[in-house]
Design a protein around this ligand. Structure first.
Ligand code: M6R
Length: 608
């Protein structure tokens, strides 16, 4: 979603801001803009559409100046037009502001300001906030921002500059991430680490209710009510190379191919082969506390919700703890039954998804203990949970989640083992699980080496308009994930179903044009899914099946098969999802789609 970047220091700001915005493109946006302090004047350039359009406008006309702010906007209120793009200015035109989030009482503030003679040129809540800051300005930007924010309800991450205070950036956070990048003789700010890492790896994460004032030589953090706050400096653990494409045509493909390594990183240091157990200090739960958990609720959105469903199968089967999976957006507005014996697990790649965060906070308010399975270090969800596990799969830039999914499932398998070994799971069974998990990275590698088979398959299915994905048991969520991948990047309508459910409706759609992707490893329900494939074939459907080696029965029925290595039943989705990811990728490329930045989608959905 929206991206914020700011710079104050000795270098020209515009190229730094444009590069920072480019690094955040993956988050999704539909307009962009920058504001630079140029010799005591504010110069603003903005454009609807992709960053390239703004970059084109800057050729030969780049504003000069060493303090500036830049923004990519993902439209929520007001169309993605140039007037609605950020930065917005106050009434004097000397203060510029960029904003992520939503100001909930903007309409009321706008009305008051209109009555005082203010005029607005955009439909945005951000312009209202810029005017409010200007209305409080009496020669001190920091105080004007603090006063304005005390009148504001809603979520924000903001960055503000004033033509009258040339070497100052003022930022504030309430619900939308703001990270300070601490440099040598220069300082930066961004809503995403990827915009900072080229310049510095020393960062400070602002918390809600905090503001920071940055100059070239230093920074200060305070609350809206002027209380000084000491903040630790953290180090970003990855470098620029990690967020470059590294020779791959798209980030999504790079991230699919990173999975042997990313999965290894998720599991590193946690698996205990000898004791058939896991050691995850981050869970912050001793044996007594773990035994006291009577019920688990897993909450998440999108792909993370699919991994949650797999978690339910694992936990109930092995740890025998009743587990429910809830869309975070539904959980937050229900009246869920949650008490102190309930463990709520929030799963999120970004750690910033608004609905997942709200569900987590609601669960905490109701007395649940909480765990987070999160990828982005220092993200809001990671900091709100009682304990948890970082996925450590590295930055995921492609909007379609891939490596985070396999890492989430592996993390859930580890959480499951932690509980299962306290219950009925024997040492031998525990060891079998740990060994099977250790083999997964090399098994994924085996699949990736045959990616070209999926590329040719994609060619013959690229003109489909609909597709059905079927799976049973733990591979039903894998089917859901396959369908989501296909629809979000190739725009082919796809639905995932438990295979047997097909005959209760979707079977009506099947004809000789309908591709049906069936996830059918040789597991406990294999015989059942063979019957479902027969039902599809009887109606002329084109079956692509994901199978284990030597599955003659399905090979004879399917138009195409792709073989995945064998593993324990509950771990199969970690392998079966890889060909589904690759198939979607190649179909999208064959259809000429923008794989890394699909239309209308944002990487991290920070609005509800
Ligand atoms: O960052 P999160 O894991 O919380 O994001 C949740 C969903 O927005 C995300 O998985 C989304 O569905 C992806 N586009 C799926 O590829």
């Amino acid at each position: 979603m929206c991206g914020i970047v700011g710079y104050v220091g000795p270098r020209q700001a515009a190229p730094i801001l444009m590069e920072g915005l480019r690094r955040m493109e993956y988050r999704g946006y539909d307009s962009a803009g920058i504001a630079i302090l140029d010799d005591g004047e504010l110069v603003i350039r903005k454009a609807a559409g992709k960053l390239g359009i703004l970059a084109q406008e800057l050729v030969g006309a780049e504003p000069q100046g060493t303090t500036g702010i830049g923004h990519t906007r993902w439209a929520t209120h007001g169309a993605p037009t140039t007037p609605n793009a950020h930065p917005h200015t106050d009434r004097s035109g000397r203060i510029a502001l960029i904003h992520n989030g939503i100001i909930e009482n903007a309409t009321a503030i706008r009305k008051t300001l209109l009555a005082r003679g203010h005029e607005f040129i955009s439909e945005t809540d951000t312009e209202v906030l810029a005017h409010l800051v200007g209305a409080f300005y009496e020669g001190n930007l920091e105080e004007a921002v603090a006063s304005a924010l005390r009148d504001v309800d809603g979520a924000y991450g903001i960055c503000v500059i004033s033509a009258d205070e040339p070497d100052v950036l003022v930022v504030a956070r309430n619900g939308s991430p703001i990270i300070l990048g601490i440099g040598d003789g220069e300082n930066l700010v961004a809503s995403d680490q990827s915009a900072l890492v080229e310049h510095t790896r020393s960062v400070v994460y602002l918390d809600n209710g905090e503001m920071a004032i940055l100059t070239p030589d230093g920074y200060r953090v305070r609350t809206l009510t002027s209380r000084h706050v000491d903040k630790p400096i953290n180090q970003i653990e990855w470098d620029l190379a990690t967020i470059e494409r590294g020779g791959f045509e798209h980030f999504m493909l790079k991230e699919i191919f990173e999975q042997p390594e990313s999965l290894e990183n998720t599991m590193r240091g946690h698996l205990l082969e000898e004791s058939g157990n896991v050691r995850v200090y981050g869970l912050k739960m001793d044996d007594e506390q773990a035994k006291a958990v009577k019920r688990i609720i897993i909450t998440a959105c999108g792909t993370s919700w699919h991994s949650a469903l797999i978690g339910k199968y694992m936990i109930e089967e092995l740890a025998r703890i009743p587990t429910e999976v809830e869309y975070a957006s539904e959980f937050r507005y229900r009246n869920p039954i949650v008490d102190k014996d309930t463990l709520v697990i929030a799963i999120s790649q970004s750690g910033e998804t608004a609905d997942t965060l709200a569900a987590l906070l609601e669960a905490k308010r109701r007395g649940a203990s909480t765990l987070g399975l999160v990828n982005v270090v220092g993200s809001t969800i990671a900091r709100e949970v009682d304990g948890g596990l970082y996925l450590r799969c590295g930055p995921e830039i492609g909007v379609a989640s891939t490596k985070a999914f396999t890492s989430q499932v592996a993390a859930l398998a580890m959480v499951t083992l932690r509980f299962a070994r306290l219950k009925d799971m024997s040492l031998l069974e525990g060891q079998e699980y740990v060994r099977a998990m250790m083999k997964l990275p090399s098994q994924i590698q085996e699949i990736l080496e045959r990616a070209d088979e999926l590329e040719s398959l994609a060619e013959s299915f690229k003109d489909s308009t609909n597709a059905l994905y079927l799976g049973r048991g733990v591979n039903f969520p894998a089917a859901l994930e396959g369908a989501l991948k296909l629809k979000e990047i190739s725009y082919i309508h796809a639905e995932g179903y438990p295979a047997a459910e097909m005959k209760h409706g979707p079977i009506a759609l099947i004809d000789e044009n309908m591709p049906v992707v069936v996830v059918a490893p040789r597991d406990a329900v294999h015989g059942k899914i063979v019957s479902n494939i027969q039902e599809v074939r009887a109606r002329g459907g084109r079956v692509i099946a994901i199978v284990n080696a030597g599955d003659e029965e399905i090979s004879q029925l399917a138009e195409a098969t792709f073989i995945v290595p064998e593993t324990l039943d509950l771990l199969t989705p970690i392998l079966t999802v890889i060909p589904l990811q690759l198939f979607s990728y190649y179909v999208a490329v064959a259809r000429g789609c923008n794989v890394d930045q699909p239309r209308n989608l944002a990487k991290s959905v920070t609005v509800e």
